[in-house]
Structures are given as structure tokens and as C-alpha cells.
Write a protein that binds this ligand. Structure first.
Ligand SMILES: NC(=O)c1ccc[n+]([C@@H]2O[C@H](COP(=O)([O-])OP(=O)(O)OC[C@H]3O[C@@H](n4cnc5c(N)ncnc54)[C@H](OP(=O)(O)O)[C@@H]3O)[C@@H](O)[C@H]2O)c1
Length: 257
């Protein structure tokens, strides 16, 4: 693996690490799926830059040699720039970007507020866009990289009792752009894949909603964050998988039950 150093002191900074140690960026890493993915990547030997708006004060992760934390709203271009600068300054490259930060705002279509629209577009779409653009610029220099987005099973399989048009609008966009970027960068060694989970047991869902949410999967249970991380690591290990949206929902995407 060749290290591409945009900073003059890059080689010294990364000297302590093996050239085989990959570098990942994970957004929304203070909680739920992003937290588990970050821990699993570190356990696998990755060096990670982890972001959320308040990741330093969340105290679920602590900065160390192989883990750097960046606070900030990932929907803002300046946060995306800070995240990429941190990765390059400390680790010299970006092999994997996990666009995980996201919001799910279920509401009847006519009741959405302008704040809901702004929040969903900023977090789910701008949060993907600016960071991916900067990370892919770096991956092009390396001639390799992998971008994994986190969508939702509802994007492909809406359910009548839980209307969430803003999730369809934004996460559906992530699923579509996964395919278009997979084609655009196929000859540059950069892959794009998306995980579309059903309902996952994270702080996003209060315990009192679990009985209802379990009914949204044919397997009548929530997914565990470890199952999402397992799938993500599998995608990392499968170089011929590209432009794919993989559902992790106990079969909910397959039809009615
Ligand atoms: N849980 C599910 O059932 C489920 C199902 C399908 C898909 N998903 C998707 O999976 C992803 C993670 O969800 P989760 O369930 O793990 O949620 P979670 O436990 O609520 O965690 C959300 C994470 O995103 C961060 N975040 C929120 N807005 C952000 C922003 N503007 N900029 C940077 N970070 C931001 C939060 O930290 P801060 O508050 O510090 O910013 C937190 O780290 C989301 O994209 C979600 O749509 C979840």
C-alpha cells in the first residue's frame, strides 16, 4: 500500500504504524451503528477519524494514536474539510469512508416542517456530499478506496403505518448515487456500496417503541448494531462488490408478510 502524503511531515506522523493498516473515516460515530462500526474497525487494526457534532463530549470514544475525533455538523463543508484534513495529517490516506450520520423523521407528508426538511437534507445529503467529494479526491490520488453509505430499508420498501417521505427522498438519493458513483469511478479503483438496514436497536429508538418496531420485519425483531458492523466488514473484504445496496432487514424488502 503506497502512502500519499499531502503534508510535509506526513511520513514522520505515520511512521509508527504499519503500511498495511488501513485508514477509515466514520461519521455519526458517537452512538449506535457508527459507534459499533468505529470500535470494530479499530479492533481490526484500522486507524479511524470519527465525527459527530458532539463526539468529544459524548465520551463514548476517546482520542488515541489510532483514533482521532472531530466535532462538527457533517452537513457543513467546513466540517467535511476538517475531517479529511485530520485523516491526512495524522494518517496520510483514506481507504474507507462510512457515511453513517443521518436522521430519520417519520411524519405524514403534509405535516413536515421546513426545519424537518432542512435537517434531513443537511444531515443525510449534504453530510454525504461534501465529505465524499473530499475523500474521493484523496482516493483518486491513491487509486483505491471504498465508500459505504447507510441508507434504510424504508427507502426501497415504504410501509403505510410509518410514513417517512423525507427518508425516502434523502436515503433514496444515497442509494441512487451509490450506483452512479460506482460507475463513474470503476476504472479508478474506488468502490461505492450501501447498507440499507431495517430497524436497528440503537438510541434512535426508545425502548417503548421496540414492540411496534419489531413487527416491521418478517423476522419480528430489531437488528443488532453488531450485525450492521459484520456486514460492513464483509463489504470491505469483498472487492468485486460494487454499486450494491445490501438490505439487512430480516426480509422486509422482499414484500408483504
Ligand atoms: N437505528 C435504525 O433503526 C436505523 C435504521 C436504518 C438506518 N439507520 C441509519 O443509520 C445511521 C445511524 O443511525 P443510529 O440508529 O446509529 O442513530 P443514533 O444512535 O441516533 O446515532 C446518530 C449519530 O449521528 C450523529 N449525528 C447526527 N446528526 C449529525 C450531523 N449533522 N453531523 C454529524 N453527526 C451527526 C449523532 O451524534 P451527535 O448528536 O453528536 O451529532 C450520532 O453519533 C443513520 O444514518 C440512520 O438513518 C438507522
Amino acid at each position: 500500500m503506497t502512502t500519499v502524503h499531502p503534508f510535509s511531515d506526513g511520513p514522520a506522523r505515520v511512521a509508527a504504524f504499519s503500511e498495511q493498516s488501513k485508514v477509515a473515516v466514520v461519521t455519526g460515530a458517537s452512538s449506535g451503528i457508527g459507534l459499533e462500526v468505529t470500535k470494530r474497525l479499530i479492533a481490526k487494526g484500522y486507524r479511524v477519524v470519527a465525527n459527530s457534532r458532539k463526539i468529544s463530549s459524548a465520551t463514548t470514544l476517546h482520542s488515541k494514536d489510532e483514533l482521532k475525533l472531530v466535532d462538527g455538523d457533517i452537513g457543513l463543508q467546513k466540517t467535511a474539510q476538517q475531517v479529511v484534513d485530520t485523516a491526512l495529517r495524522h494518517f496520510g490516506r483514506i481507504d474507507l469512508l462510512v457515511n453513517n450520520a443521518g436522521v430519520f423523521i417519520p411524519r405524514p407528508f403534509t405535516e413536515y416542517t421546513s426545519e424537518d426538511v432542512e435537517n434531513a437534507i443537511r444531515t443525510n445529503l449534504s453530510g454525504f456530499f461534501y465529505l465524499s467529494q473530499l475523500a474521493v479526491k484523496q482516493m483518486r490520488l491513491q487509486k483505491s478506496g471504498h465508500v459505504i453509505n447507510i441508507s434504510t430499508s424504508f427507502a426501497g420498501q415504504p410501509v403505510g403505518i410509518l410514513p417517512a417521505a423525507l427518508a425516502n427522498l434523502t436515503k433514496g438519493g444515497l442509494e441512487s448515487v451509490t450506483r452512479s458513483l460506482a460507475i463513474e469511478f470503476a476504472n479508478e479503483g474506488i468502490r461505492f456500496n450501501t447498507i440499507a438496514p431495517g430497524v436497528v436497536d440503537t438510541p434512535m429508538h426508545p425502548a417503548e417503541t421496540h414492540d411496534f418496531l419489531k413487527q416491521l420485519s418478517p423476522l419480528k425483531r430489531l437488528a443488532d448494531v453488531a450485525e450492521v458492523a459484520d456486514l460492513l466488514l464483509y463489504l470491505e473484504s469483498a472487492p468485486f462488490l460494487n454499486g450494491e445496496v445490501v438490505h439487512l432487514d430480516g426480509g422486509a424488502h422482499a414484500g408483504k408478510w
